[in-house]
Design a protein around this ligand. Structure first.
Ligand code: NAD
Ligand code: IPM
Ligand code: MN
Length: 348
């Protein structure tokens, strides 16, 4: 029996987690579920966005399925107590440094993409985003400059070990795909990026079968829209990966479609849609649950070694979309539950 920690969180988080749970339950696997509050919901209930009990459950579980955190009501709260600290804390505390964010266009979603159908149709990539470093976790704060101005700062840094381990994940991911790895950085300006590029190049000597290229992040943002089909695997830092994956999601139809896996070196993983708590549509039954359902599929694949069930879910999602069932973000009228119903109906 595998224990799955369900952390629904805020906004549409609970709505999409409920649907992913239905899908997992329908597979009749040997799973048990335990739910715990996280984010703004946990702050209200327990006084902290990542209460010790929630962290302990995440540590004890075989895998974590996470909804989303974030609530505009807490935008003015001290940073340490903001809902977003929960997901950052989980990634750090669990050592989940490798974030796989696959972006591919499901058949029939060409019209939902922000790109021309023939351009969108070629998207099939994985963004490998480093998740434990960068400006996210560097020294940050406020100070006053010599001339009395308020100043904010966030230190960007990577050490060679951090770059090496994520580079390896990039090469390993590319090795079992089309063997093309594009490392995205800003080495023309940033010292952090120059070290990143040097280290990626040295790791490349161990992967002669993988074709490595380097691209500046500004160009990568442009190329993602011009010709996303050129990318197989992108490996990049925490901040660039965050931004590029949201962009890639719209190329593939919707932010409501992209799942992700946050992994350590072993089997432990946290699985979540790349989107946030979407306060603008929360509580209205409009959220697309596919990203979370597909995250559950990634969970079965990576943490539970159940490739068969993972593919069952992915085929069911593809089938539901091909049949024209779509939430509003994809141009349809299906509710969150109706979208999941259509997936459930195709699980067999
Ligand atoms: P967001 O991803 O929540 O929403 C951006 C836009 O996409 C909104 O218009 C929203 O309605 C839409 N959208 C997102 N998910 C959707 C879905 N499944 N179906 C249909 N439409 C969807 O980003 P934001 O508005 O910048 O952030 C809102 C809150 O979420 C903030 O507090 C932010 O910090 C947080 N956030 C959390 C996570 C996370 O928990 N991992 C990720 C991103 C943002
Ligand atoms: C994501 C989110 C988070 C990030 C925030 C909420 C901390 O945008 O998971 O993509 O920046 O990593
Ligand atoms: Mn993001």
């Amino acid at each position: 029996m595998s224990l799955i920690a369900l952390l629904p969180g805020d906004g549409i988080g609970p709505e999409v987690i409920a649907q992913a749970r239905r899908v997992l339950e329908a597979l009749s696997l040997d799973l048990s579920f335990e739910e715990a509050p996280v984010g703004g919901a946990a702050y209200l209930e327990k006084g902290h966005p990542l209460p010790p009990e929630t962290l302990a459950l995440a540590k004890r579980a075989d895998a974590v399925l996470f909804g989303a955190v974030g609530d505009p009501r807490f935008d003015a709260v001290e940073r340490a107590f903001r809902p977003e600290q929960a997901i950052l804390g989980l990634r750090r505390e669990l050592g989940l440094f490798a974030n796989l964010r696959p972006a591919k266009l499901f058949p029939g979603l060409e019209d939902a993409s922000a790109l021309k159908p023939e351009v969108a149709g070629a998207i099939d990539m994985v963004i490998v985003r480093e998740l434990n470093g960068d400006v996210y976790f560097g020294e940050k704060g406020r100070r006053t400059t010599m001339d009395g101005l308020r100043q904010g700062y966030d230190l960007m840094s990577y050490n060679e070990r951090e770059v090496e381990r994520i580079a390896r994940v990039g090469f390993e991911t590319a090795r079992v795909r089309k063997k093309r790895l594009c490392s995205v950085d800003k080495a023309n300006v940033l010292e952090t990026s120059q070290l990143w590029r040097d280290v990626v190049k040295s790791v490349a000597t161990e992967y002669p079968d993988v074709h490595l290229t380097h691209m500046y992040v500004d160009n990568a943002a442009m190329q993602l829209v011009r010709n996303p089909g050129q990318f197989d695997v992108i490996v990049t830092g925490n901040l660039f990966g965050d931004i590029l994956s949201d962009q890639a999601s719209m190329c593939a139809g919707s932010i409501g479609m992209l799942p992700s896996a946050a992994l350590d070196t072993g089997k432990k993983g946290l699985y979540e849609p790349i989107h946030g708590s979407a306060p603008d549509i929360a509580g209205q039954g409009k959220a697309n649950p596919c990203a979370t359902i597909l995250s559950a599929a990634m969970m079965l694949r990576y943490s539970l070694d159940d490739e068969v069930s993972a593919e069952r879910i992915e085929r069911a999602v593809a089938g539901a979309l091909t049949a024209g069932v779509r939430t509003p973000d994809l141009g349809g009228t299906a509710t969150t539950a109706e979208m999941a119903d259509a997936v459930l109906a195709r699980l067999a």
